[in-house]
Design a protein around this ligand. Structure first.
Ligand SMILES: Nc1ncnc2c1ncn2[C@@H]1O[C@H](COP(=O)(O)OP(=O)(O)O)[C@@H](O)[C@H]1O
Ligand SMILES: Cc1ncc(COP(=O)(O)O)c(N)n1
Length: 265
């Protein structure tokens, strides 16, 4: 039987733990066929990002149109988008080939602190992509960059969710992985009416590379299969928890979260 399809519009991680590599292995783990529009090639390993080269915006557009016109897209997500020009091209192209559920993971930097966006690009994500998004999935660093809100507890997490929804997405997931001093990891999902706390154990590990990409692509895979946003996010949270619990060391720095457990559930 032909599986459902999900499109990732994102950068390549040569270390294989984040970016399109994380997205494709997550789509596979969900039984969803992955489609790709590559935006950038990063030179990266467990120690960080040594540099990147972006793909020309018209080539990003052409990749999206090629797969959408022939194979069909059941849901899409964005990760690293590199430049404002690529972001504008993605927004325009999605208007032409959509609608389908669309998840925006506003990747601004790697967890090692290296910029993955050129300077003017965060503003373009906010104005061009958020209003078109079914769901946006910022981490706490991205929340601060986008809204100025520092999330330190449940109240400020809710304030941040409300501020982010002002930019026009249908739903927001404020991820709590970087919250200090908590024994649980609590992500807050909201559409402005409902505020749903998704809580799970915080595992002690150094190896969380690719966690955000894996969560967003797990959610996108469930949306491609027809799940509602709350159901897709709840399933994604369960999925990433297990991936963090089974993360492995690789290289001298930060190892990747692992979806390999799906092979031996
Ligand atoms: N140590 C951990 N144990 C369990 N879950 C975690 C851990 N760190 C992050 N998570 C979960 O992984 C997902 C990604 O979160 P986060 O680290 O906040 O984003 P990002 O990877 O984009 O920086 C969230 O669902 C978060 O709750
Ligand atoms: C190509 C690419 N996309 C996304 C990330 C973010 O992932 P992380 O926050 O785990 O470094 C990355 N490092 N590289």
């Amino acid at each position: 039987m032909t599986p459902r399809t999900a499109l990732t519009i994102a950068g390549s991680d040569s270390g294989g733990g984040a970016g399109i590599q994380a997205d494709l292995r997550t789509f596979f783990a969900h039984g969803v066929h992955g489609l790709v529009a590559l935006t950038a090639v990063t030179v990266q390993n467990s120690l960080g990002v040594q540099g990147f080269t972006e793909i020309p915006a018209d080539v990003v557009t052409a990749q999206i149109k090629a797969v959408a016109s022939d194979m069909g897209v059941n849901a899409a997500k964005t990760g690293m988008l590199a430049t404002a020009e690529i972001i504008r091209a993605v927004a325009k192209t999605l208007d032409e080939v959509g609608p389908f559920p669309f998840v925006v993971d506003p990747v601004a930097a790697s967890m090692t602190g290296h910029a993955l966006l050129r300077e003017d690009a965060l503003e373009a994500i906010r104005t061009e992509l958020f209003p078109r998004a079914t769901l946006i999935t910022p981490n706490l660093d991205e929340v601060r960059l986008l809204t100025g809100v520092s999330v330190v507890d449940a109240a400020s997490q809710r304030t941040a969710a409300e501020a982010l929804l002002e930019f026009g997405s249908q739903w927001v997931l404020v991820k709590g992985g970087h919250m200090q001093g908590t024994t649980d990891c609590v992500d807050l999902l909201s559409d402005g009416r409902e505020f749903i706390e998704l809580s799970g154990p915080r595992y002690i590990t150094e190896n969380t590379h690719g966690g955000g990409d894996t969560l967003a692509s797990a959610i996108t895979a469930s949306l491609a299969k027809g799940a509602s946003v709350p159901d897709a996010v709840a399933a994604g949270k369960k999925f990433i928890e297990r991936c963090v619990a089974e993360a492995y060391p690789l290289g001298a720095g930060v190892g990747p979260v692992s979806p390999f457990w799906v092979l031996n559930p």
